[in-house]
Design a binder for this molecule. Structure first.
Ligand code: UT7
Length: 326
């Protein structure tokens, strides 16, 4: 009997033109290229131009994902943008992008799960498409974190960058083992105070800045990510050796390599972009995916493992067999 699943049929991304190197940062914050590289793996980040907004990044990434699959915007039923840096408090950035794309038939909303936003939005979209709420969805991770950084706080401002990535999902009734194979999410609001923004509409009325006790977040990261990775492997009834690529959230090279080691994967099976993009929060996974699909490392039929953790704390993982069955 044919089985249904949500396929991931294409990916697109966009990075702002302006690149800021560690040395440039060291010109106005008390830091150094050596410290940033050694502690995080980051060498540079892209930063939005004056007037460039999260919706602009998201729209271009979405257009590229649509072009890649040869699908028109009015064939999309659902647009979810994972972002913690929306253009405005409301309406959602997703509705703005829906209009700009001409995706006239799509419903649209934002999901706010910070760095875990992409895995959260992917799970929501998969659940909705599985429940028959449309056939095609755009899941977009888009962030302008540079807008919520305290550029005097060296412990956070060196870590983040801006960008967007989008995947196109399609419900298929004869999936033949392709598509979203398993997905698991978690939340624990007890850890709110180790990573948050000190502002918002109902607290201060101001937008606020990122505050983080990085070493505390770090301690949660590998433990929670490896546990949720075990859960998705178990749910999909797959050994870790079935994974072709780990496409992790890109917060810190030491967290990525910690997961790589736990999973027993060689360098040739892990996508690492933190060096060039820094931490782009909800955008980091689809940005990494777009890079590895674009340069031919990832191809149709391969099994991808996604994982991410972010402020909340929230975390999750997903296993996806990429592309469409031949
Ligand atoms: O994506 C969302 C989730 N976020 C994360 O996953 C981030 C997880 N955390 C991390 O990646 C790491 O904890 C950081 C990269 C943020 C920090 O690395 P660390 O090894 O945990 O360093 P630390 O915070 O313990 O700080 C060590 C030292 C401190 O100095 P003292 O107290 O030892 O004298 C800091 O003041 O490094 C100092 N420091 C810096 N020095 C130069 C902190 N930031 C900087 C900086 N440049 N930018």
């Amino acid at each position: 009997m044919a089985e249904s699943a949500t396929l991931m049929i294409s990916v697109g991304s966009y990075l702002p033109e302006r690149i800021v190197t560690n040395d440039e940062l060291a010109g106005f914050v008390d830091t150094s290229d050596a410290w940033i590289r050694q502690r995080t793996g980051i060498a540079q980040r892209h930063i939005v131009a004056e007037g460039e907004m999260t919706s602009d990044l998201a729209r271009i990434a979405a257009e590229r994902a649509l072009d890649g699959a040869g699908i028109a915007a009015d064939e999309i039923d659902l647009i979810i943008i994972a972002t913690s840096t929306p253009d405005d408090t409301f309406p959602s950035t997703a509705t703005k992008v829906q209009h700009q794309l001409g995706a006239t038939k799509a419903i649209a909303f934002d999901v706010q799960a910070v760095c875990a936003g992409f895995v959260y939005a992917l799970d929501v979209a998969d659940a909705m498409l599985s429940a028959g709420r449309g056939r095609r969805a755009l899941v977009i991770g888009a962030e302008s974190f540079s807008k919520i950084l305290d550029w005097n706080d060296r412990s956070t401002c060196v870590l983040f960058g801006d960008g967007a990535g989008a995947v196109l999902l399609e419900r298929n009734d004869d999936a033949r083992g392709y598509g979203v194979l398993a997905s698991k999410l978690h939340a624990d609001g007890a850890h709110r105070d180790i990573l948050y923004v000190d502002g918002g509409p109902s607290s201060s009325g101001a937008v606020g800045h990122v505050r983080m006790e990085g070493n505390k977040v770090f301690r949660h990261a590998v433990e929670k990510l490896s546990s949720v990775m075990d859960e998705v492997l178990q749910a999909a009834d797959m050994p870790v050796t079935a994974v072709d690529w780990l496409v992790p959230h890109q917060a810190n090279i030491r967290i990525i390599e910690g997961m790589q080691k736990k999973m027993g994967l060689p360098d040739s099976q892990v996508v690492k972009t933190v060096h060039d993009h820094a931490n782009t929060s909800a955008a980091s996974i689809p940005l990494a995916l777009a890079e590895a699909v674009g340069d031919g490392r990832i191809s149709d039929g391969q099994i991808l493992a996604f994982e991410a953790i972010g402020g909340g704390l929230v975390w999750g993982a997903a296993l996806v067999r990429y592309g469409r069955p031949a």
